[in-house]
Design a protein around this ligand. Structure first.
Ligand SMILES: [Zn+2]
Length: 333
């Protein structure tokens, strides 16, 4: 009998599904790509044909210009690609993020892309699809990574904001996904004041709103005076926290929203005064709970901290292997 998943090949530049003649999240331009989500390490430009959710295609167009070979596939829709049945189901990571479910000769393989299990007001929750092979990330694949409750982190932010109205709180947040999620989480905690944003996230804010994610009153920092910003939240990409741009802000409290804020040294490197542990990736418990729930025969790990998760799988009688893909970064959180 053939090895499970023998029709799927792992190459450094991505996962190749042979009977579909298609690549999943390839890091180099390919004739046909299936793309899990819009983060730039998964969605590269230059493919001849791209199959992705409408939201992911819109994000790719926002970044790379018109995608002539784009074919939108809605969540739950099923299509035939070559000799393979393909469907996209929510991954709960960012707007439009999908797990790709591929079925061939009675075997079902789920490629999760990046995912998380906790609620996110900007995208539908992860859907658990039982499968023979689960291909997972392991960005936070160590038992030390246990993300706290999101609401309590947002409350810490608001407490800091209200404790000194002469300052603003500048939050570093990845431009695609995290920035819009922080805004929505603030709204859901009753914060209805105007939120200021760095110009680099303007188009993605607009894109989220065009897909029905309401962000409330937003103001471009470029249109604001220093006098009007104290007592407000300002959202900017992490790279802007310590650059010249931030000098126009009134005595900011520097915060950063990332799963990496669990590591104090990372917070210090960026001069972060208020580290907020808010992640768009599964933490250790989410990774292991998901594998238990899906009960796959095999787990293949794309990127991250693979060793502890490999070991966990082995002790739970699940065959595990590392794929050693290149080009996936773990800074997108
Ligand atoms: Zn991602």
């Amino acid at each position: 009998m053939a090895r499970l998943g023998s029709w799927i090949e792992s190459h450094p530049e991505g996962i190749y599904v042979r009977p579909a003649d298609a690549w999943i999240d390839p890091s180099e331009p390919k004739p046909k790509a299936l793309v899990t989500h819009g983060h730039s390490d998964h969605a590269r430009g230059g493919h001849s044909a791209v199959l992705a959710t409408p939201e992911t295609l819109a994000i790719m167009e926002c970044r790379y210009g018109p995608q002539s070979g784009g074919q939108p596939i809605a969540y739950g829709e099923s299509i035939r690609v070559g000799d393979v049945e393909v469907s996209f189901v929510p991954a709960g990571h960012v707007l439009g993020s999908a797990q790709i479910v591929i079925e061939h000769k009675g075997e079902r393989v789920v490629v999760s892309g990046d995912y998380k299990r906790r609620p996110d007001p900007t995208c539908p929750p992860f859907v658990a699809v039982p499968c023979d092979i689960f291909i997972t990330e392991a960005t936070f694949g160590l038992p030390v990574f246990r993300h706290p409750d999101t609401g309590s982190e947002i409350d810490r932010l608001l407490h800091r904001l209200h404790s000194d109205p002469s300052r603003c709180v500048l939050v570093g947040a990845y431009a695609l996904g995290k920035a819009q999620r922080i805004i929505c989480e603030l709204r859901s905690r009753g914060h209805n004041d105007a939120i200021y944003f760095h110009g680099a996230i303007e188009r993605l804010n607009q894109l989220y709103e065009s897909f029905g994610v309401a962000l409330g009153e937003l103001r471009h920092t470029g249109d604001a005076t220093k006098q009007e910003m104290p007592g407000h939240v300002v959202i900017a990409p992490p790279g802007a926290l310590n650059d010249r741009w931030s000098r126009r802000l009134p005595y900011p409290v520097t915060a950063m929203a990332s799963g990496w804020m669990r590591i104090r040294q990372r917070a210090r490197q960026r001069n972060v005064e208020l580290p907020l542990i808010i992640s768009d990736h599964a933490d250790w418990d989410e990774l292991t709970t998901t594998i238990r729930e899906l009960a796959p025969s095999e787990v293949w790990i794309t990127h991250g901290r693979e060793e502890a998760l490999m070991h966990w799988c082995m002790t739970h009688q699940i065959k595990a292997r590392e794929l050693n893909l290149v080009g996936y970064e773990d800074e997108d959180d």
